[in-house]
Ligand binder design. Structure first.
Ligand code: ASC
Length: 151
């Protein structure tokens, strides 16, 4: 029994140390994973946008809750762009993601940094500061979509 538990612990240790690529059974899973993450990030980012642009009344608490979700969500989708997942399910991901990895990763990092700043701004409750940070983050969303997502 003890041996079995040691073996199980070793397997768990091994799998958690594996790179992201090994965590998806097939390309389709990676594609759906990143699309799901982007979808959730976009939904919550959009709720902030609705307040910032005056379509929905400004509520600092609701906005801050959404900004915290966006910050967290921004950490997830990029692990789904594993090698070999340029096909396997319907995807708008452009091949350049895999041929310009460094540039793509830099664009991802830029967005992640921007939404950390958006979350910081959201916690202040200062509308103008939030609006500015939202604009910067939105530019990063758009820049990466322009370069790396099919229309
Ligand atoms: C969103 C969303 C995006 C970005 C982008 C910003 O709400 O889903 O992809 O904002 O449109 O330019």
């Amino acid at each position: 029994m003890k041996k079995l538990m040691l073996a199980a612990a070793a397997v768990i240790g091994l799998t958690t140390a594996l790179p992201a690529a090994a965590q998806f059974a097939k390309p389709e899973d990676a594609i759906k994973y990143r699309q799901s993450g982007m979808q959730l990030m976009g939904q919550h980012f959009g709720r902030i946008g609705a307040m910032v642009n005056g379509r929905v009344p400004f509520d600092a608490k609701v906005l801050a809750d959404n900004a915290a979700i966006v910050e967290y969500m921004s950490k997830l989708p990029y692990a789904g762009f594993v090698d070999g997942s340029d096909k396997g399910a319907p995807t708008k991901a452009k091949p350049e993601i895999w041929t310009e990895r460094d540039k793509f990763n830099a664009a991802a990092t830029k967005l992640q940094d921007d939404v950390v700043k958006l979350n910081v701004a959201a916690k202040t409750g200062n509308f103008d500061q939030i609006k500015a940070a939202f604009g910067t983050a939105g530019q990063s969303c758009k820049a990466c979509h322009d370069n790396y997502r099919e229309k």
